[in-house]
Design a protein around this ligand. Structure first.
Ligand SMILES: *Cc1c(COP(=O)(O)O)cnc(C)c1O
Length: 383
């Protein structure tokens, strides 16, 4: 008979990392009586995030998806328009496009970083321009905490006159060319979901440098109420604001962000050591990762060289009660987007087939890291 370890012993990819400070501020928020989706914690959290991301304005929202949805509405995404999205992303990016009625158009990624390929983006924009299509936005995604190549992407989008909405849901704390994640594009979206680099249990933020845009987002996210005692409504609104209690979590987490990034980086270094000298394996995004937040560490396997597959590795980890996952399944391969257009060259598909995301959380205990390391070493010895 095989023994099944207790479910609590399973080591997860990226668990929330909360402690005393979070508890203190949440209690303070509750005792203050500000329980609504507004209040001093929300104001302070918005100011702190805006400063951290080098932005003039930040609007706290109920999720990163909500931030993307409102940003896309604001740039004019609607039925009859197209929004370009990298195919290598989490579904939320594409779902937000669908909410507006616009059509997502998926573009492939760079094999090294998994981020939107600027050359392919240029080709897609030229093709769509030739067709006379209206492209409402390009939404680069900062995959797993590595900023997209904005130095190349922004000038291309500018040449085509298309606004950039940055999906920085995974990259808070990272930077590109000396500028923080979240500072790129006309607007950027952050996520504080439970598995992200920092969390409010659920939440998001919209960032912009334009005061009028920030005001519009605030208005749309609070049911589009006109200033009248009876709540006059002239357009459809949304209930997307962040609770003051959850903002308290966010303030505490942001204070600890740099420490949490350092811990995730240390976890990555461990994987770099384990896989050093193993043929056919590269630690994903390892090259030039000094400015990344190392949200998740993945390895990419060349099965011909390694003589084992991503599937083999995942099965071995699962047997040791260690969670792992493939990289995001590309959107152009998802049944729900089967009808959508795309420009792909197989890069995202190869990453999906050959990539394995490993436990990367800042809350991992030394014992957990030890157990993962031992599991990997045992697998590599047998393989
Ligand atoms: C997590 C995530 C989102 C959505 O954020 P939520 O806060 O969970 O709604 C959007 N885009 C990407 C790339 C993400 O990883």
């Amino acid at each position: 008979m095989t023994t099944t370890p207790a479910p609590t012993s399973r080591i997860l990819l990226s668990s929330p990392d909360v402690g005393k400070r979070e508890e203190e501020l949440v209690v303070e928020a509750v005792r203050s009586g500000w329980i609504a989706p507004l209040g001093p914690m929300v104001d302070a959290f918005e100011a702190a995030i805006a400063e951290r991301c080098g932005r003039q304005h930040a609007v706290a929202l109920s999720s990163g998806t909500a931030a993307l949805h409102l940003a896309l509405l604001e740039v004019g995404a609607r039925p009859g328009t197209i929004v370009i999205v990298p195919t290598m992303t989490f579904a939320a990016t594409a779902n937000a496009v669908a909410y507006t009625g616009a059509e997502p158009f998926f573009v492939d990624c760079e094999e090294q970083t998994g981020n939107l390929d600027p050359d392919l983006l240029e080709r897609a924009l030229a093709q769509l321009q030739a067709e006379g299509a209206t492209v409402a936005a390009v939404v680069p995604v900062d995959l797993l905490g590595r900023c997209a190549d904005y130095s190349r992407l922004l000038p291309i989008c500018e040449r085509f006159g298309v606004p950039v909405v940055s999906d920085a849901a995974e990259s808070l704390g990272a930077s590109h060319a000396g500028r923080p994640a979240g500072s790129f594009g006309v607007m950027a979206a952050l996520s504080f979901n439970g598995n992200k680099i920092m969390t409010t249990s659920g939440g998001g933020m919209l960032l912009t440098d334009d005061a009028a845009t920030a005001a519009r987002i605030r208005y749309l996210s609070t049911q589009a109420r006109q200033p009248a005692a009876h709540y006059e409504h002239t357009e459809i609104g949304y209930n997307y604001r962040l609770s003051n209690v959850l903002a308290a979590l966010g303030i505490a987490q942001l204070e600890r962000l740099d420490g949490m990034i350092a811990r995730r980086r240390a976890v990555r270094e461990q994987y770099v050591e384990i896989f050093a000298g193993v043929d056919g394996v590269r630690v994903f995004q390892r090259d030039g990762d000094a400015a990344d937040n190392c949200w998740l560490t993945a390895v990419v396997i060349d099965p011909a060289e390694a003589r084992w597959t991503a599937k083999d590795l995942r099965a071995a980890l699962d047997a040791a009660d260690i969670e792992s996952r493939p990289l995001w399944k590309p959107m152009h391969l998802q049944p729900v987007f089967a009808q959508s257009r795309s420009l792909t060259v197989g890069a995202a598909e190869r990453l999906f087939t050959c990539g394995v995301t490993l436990p990367s959380g800042s809350a991992l205990k030394p014992d957990d890291i030890q157990r993962v390391a031992e599991g990997l070493v045992r697998f590599l010895e047998r393989a």
